[in-house]
Write a protein that binds this ligand. Structure first.
Ligand SMILES: NC(=O)c1ccc[n+]([C@@H]2O[C@H](COP(=O)([O-])OP(=O)(O)OC[C@H]3O[C@@H](n4cnc5c(N)ncnc54)[C@H](O)[C@@H]3O)[C@@H](O)[C@H]2O)c1
Length: 352
């Protein structure tokens, strides 16, 4: 039996399901016949990310994952949890404590509520490759974690809580460490702006691509459908319980090389500017996903060039022009600007 068949008619909960990776995961879960409860406070997530999904299979709750009145009731209705909700790396630079409150403390709160629900058969905690910091060589799950940022540190704390719940309470937790994802619904705007959407939109609108530092920092980019499929598989493969699993395409590219490939895919000559390096930037990432392949048959299928072509087509299919989208993304380094604190963020309830 294909483990994904278990999802047919199954009730699952996705935190951060209105975000970039979360909304792709929700799409895949719906395709498998699951009923999906999405929990998202829409801080960076958007209702539009769930547009077109069947109302009889997706229920959106605009609620903070730390809410202690609504969350326990929602958790009792499901048997699989995918925890993706988080605040971003750039957010952690200007608001480190708030970042910790969601990414570490929030992860613990959710684990505790899920444990008490008494219904959870598998719990997928989505962490990040940023917990490794600047690495070297092929980075397996045994690579020593040494995060560069509070985001990486808070995410590491969250994943350690998930494993501790497994070891202490026998709670069926799995930890997933995705490497950088890209694809439709990725963020070009504000705190969440990522290099691939920014390079692509700038190329599409005839502007220069801005590289922070010398551009020799490396990343291992994974197309979002591959990332989301790996996360989905981790929720239905019992052998994953208690494990940490990387999800990566497994090929390294420098940011300089990336800029050239993006320009080529868009069909323009590369126009590149170098600005000073970003504080806390991770300089080397290359993921080894052989454990995920062995345990749950994970394969990243979409090459960087193919994924970038799909992303370009997606941008061109949208109603807005690249220039309009870029208005939300003035070029600024990570240290500049400060987003005002969230209103009444601690224990706030954002239910509609
Ligand atoms: N994008 C990547 O390249 C990447 C790589 C590795 C790991 N990850 C991890 O994957 C997950 C999803 O990342 P993403 O890129 O889709 O980011 P995203 O910002 O698009 O998604 C996060 C979602 O969480 C929601 N959220 C934030 N705080 C919340 C709270 N307190 N309560 C409820 N909802 C809340 C946001 O509104 C958003 O929809 C995160 O855990 C992130 O750390 C992402």
């Amino acid at each position: 039996m294909n483990p994904l068949d278990k999802l047919k008619g199954r009730k699952v909960l996705v935190t951060g399901g209105a975000g970039f990776i979360g909304s792709q995961l929700v799409r895949l879960l719906v395709e498998q016949g699951a009923f999906v409860i999405v929990v998202d406070n829409l801080y960076t997530g958007k209702r539009e990310n769930l547009a077109g999904l069947p109302a009889d299979q997706v229920e959106l709750h605009v609620v903070d994952l730390r809410d202690q009145t609504i969350m326990p009731e929602l958790l009792k209705r499901v048997s699989i949890v995918y925890h993706l909700a988080a605040l971003s790396v750039r957010h952690s630079l200007h608001s480190p404590y708030e970042n910790h409150q969601v990414n570490a403390e929030g992860a613990l709160r959710l684990l505790e509520m899920a444990r008490h629900a008494g219904t959870i058969e598998q719990y997928v905690h989505v962490s990040t490759s940023e917990i490794y910091g600047t690495g070297s060589g092929d980075m397996t799950e045994d690579y020593p974690p040494r995060p560069n940022t509070v985001y990486g540190a808070a995410k590491l704390c969250g994943e350690m809580y998930a494993l501790a719940y497994h070891l202490t309470y026998g709670f069926p937790a799995v930890v997933i460490r995705p490497f950088n994802a890209y694809g439709p619904r990725c963020h070009h705007e504000g705190d969440s702006g990522e290099v691939i959407p920014l390079f692509m939109l700038r190329c599409l609108s005839g502007k220069e691509m801005v590289i922070f530092g010398d551009g020799m920092q490396t990343r291992d980019f994974t197309y979002v459908e591959d990332t989301a499929r790996g996360i989905m598989q981790a929720g239905v493969t019992p052998a994953c319980v208690g494990m940490i699993l990387n999800l990566a395409y497994g090929k390294m590219v420098t940011i300089n090389e990336l800029a050239n490939i993006v320009a080529d895919v868009v069909g323009v000559a590369p126009n590149i500017r170098h600005d000073p390096p970003r504080p806390g930037d991770t300089l080397y990432l290359l993921g080894d996903s052989s454990k995920a392949r062995e345990v749950m048959g994970f394969e990243a299928r979409i090459s960087l060039r193919e994924g970038l072509t799909r992303l370009k087509d997606w941008y061109l299919s949208l109603g807005s022009t690249p220039e309009q989208m870029l208005q939300q993304s003035p070029v600024r380094n990570w240290e500049a600007g400060r987003r005002p604190p969230l209103p009444n963020y601690e224990w706030a309830t954002y239910q509609d």
